[in-house]
Design a protein around this ligand. Structure first.
Ligand code: XLS
Ligand code: NI
Ligand code: NI
Length: 433
């Protein structure tokens, strides 16, 4: 036990009427909704980086958080893990996620980084056993250190490609050893700042080759989890190659990886791409790519990736509606890739941000399950496409253009527009949220 969270008790479900801040009002892990418990539906995870490694800086100022584990020694890294698992215990968090650079201090060489990661993997493994928290996913930080400033897999320097491959290798090894259920690749610097110095055709091919090597190695070592790409259109680079779900789909198809890799969709990244969260989720469902989610929103006015905890039930409800329609999570889950605002200094803020977010997700999930069970929305959708159910109309999808034209004229086809009923459907959603 560490003393960081003082006497904050373990958070339990007390129901919607409780005035206790340190209790769940909606997240009741054992409660059954449809075919699963809430815990099985939501599969919550804490992001190690935002809660324990981020110092609270922004583009105009540095560290605001003072944490006893900030420092570059292995002792600091172990202390950080102790506090992290203390928080997971208090929250009853089933999962967590890391980048290598969050859990181990930066060494003087690649070999030292690997060795430190191995040492920390053992330490984390012990903690996981003690507290019962599992690893949702591991990932490599191929964007913070200056060596990655011009990209990792897409770097013009082949030595950076090699360094990145070696880093992903030890991260996959660690993920496997800790029983991680997924492995994520987010291409933070896999993009460019200016075309004047960039060969995009070549960089895209490097990225494709890199991903093939990652998939092959994961299978070779017996990693049965899901490999996920996390799309994002920009930030930190001006143009990021994995722009959105559709772009990733095209990329995977190009390299024959559409059956091997799925997507981790982040709310804030969807917004940056000019989409809604539910758009990206529905697209992934439709393309057979749905894997996992990062549940953190952006500020709608600032236009930055602000990584805020979710706090809008209607938004979250529409997201889980699409998650459920895509079949729900298998290996994936709800990762709070969210950070405190830099003024939220107290240890309590770390706990209560997660408690609040878990409750918002639970309420959103309940609404989504209820909307599906009610069925009105799905009935209306089915009805809208009912014209396609006759044999004659279905045949249109197999006929050449000239045949269709002849058929349309012969039958005096003259479509009469039908209401899309958007406001009526939105009104139905509001019955549930
Ligand atoms: C950054 C990303 C990052 C990934 C993991 O915007 O969301 O945190 O989730 O590398
Ligand atoms: Ni993000
Ligand atoms: Ni993310």
């Amino acid at each position: 036990m560490t003393s960081f969270f003082k006497d904050i008790p373990e958070i339990t479900y007390e129901g919607a009427d409780t005035a206790n801040e340190f209790a769940f009002r909606h997240y009741n892990p054992a409660e059954t909704l449809g075919d699963r418990t809430m815990a099985e539906h939501l599969r919550f995870a804490v992001a190690y980086w935002h809660s324990f490694a981020w110092p609270g800086g922004d583009s105009f100022g540095g560290q605001t958080f003072e944490r006893p584990w900030f420092g570059e020694t292995m002792e600091h890294a172990r202390q950080k893990a102790d506090v992290a698992f203390e928080m997971f215990r208090i929250l009853g968090q089933p999962y967590y996620c890391w980048h290598d650079a969050d859990v181990r201090p930066e060494g003087d060489s690649l070999a030292e980084n690997r060795a430190r990661m191995e040492e920390m993997t053992d330490y984390l493994g012990g903690k996981m056993e003690e507290v019962g928290t599992k690893l949702l996913w591991g990932t490599a930080n191929l964007f913070s250190n200056r060596r990655f400033m011009s990209g990792a897999a897409t770097n013009p320097d082949p030595d950076v490609y090699a360094y990145s491959a070696a880093t992903v290798k030890y991260c996959l090894d660690a993920t496997l050893r800790l029983g991680g259920e997924n492995y994520v690749l987010w291409g933070g610097r896999e993009g460019y700042e200016t075309l004047l110095n960039t060969d995009i055709r070549r960089e895209r091919e490097q990225a494709g080759r890199f991903l093939c090597a990652v998939v092959d190695y994961a299978r070779k070592i017996g990693f049965n989890g899901t490999i996920l790409i996390e799309p994002k259109p920009q930030e930190p680079t001006k143009h990021q190659y994995d722009f959105d779900v559709c772009t990733v789909y095209g990329f995977l198809k190009d390299f024959g990886l559409e059956g091997d890799v799925k997507v981790n969709i982040e709310h804030g990244h969807a917004i940056l791409a000019g989409h809604s969260f539910e758009h990206e989720l529905a697209m992934a469902g439709a393309l057979g790519l749905f894997g996992s989610i990062d549940m953190n929103r952006n500020d709608y006015q600032s236009g930055w990736d602000t990584d805020q905890f979710p706090n809008s039930v209607p938004e979250v409800a529409l997201a889980y509606y699409e998650v459920l329609k895509a079949g729900g999570f298998t290996t994936g889950g709800t990762n709070f890739d969210a950070k405190l605002r830099r003024q939220s200094l107290e240890p309590e803020d770390l706990i209560l941000s997660h408690v609040g977010a878990m409750d918002v997700c639970a309420r959103g999930l309940k609404a989504a399950v209820a909307m599906l069970e009610d069925g009105t929305l799905e009935e209306a959708r089915t009805k809208r496409y009912a014209g396609w159910t006759t044999k004659e109309r279905q045949a249109l999808l197999t006929q050449p253009l000239d045949k269709i034209a002849a058929w349309a004229e012969a039958n005096s086809i003259n479509p009469s527009p039908v209401s899309g009923r958007q406001e009526r459907l939105e009104k139905i959603v509001n019955r549930f949220v």
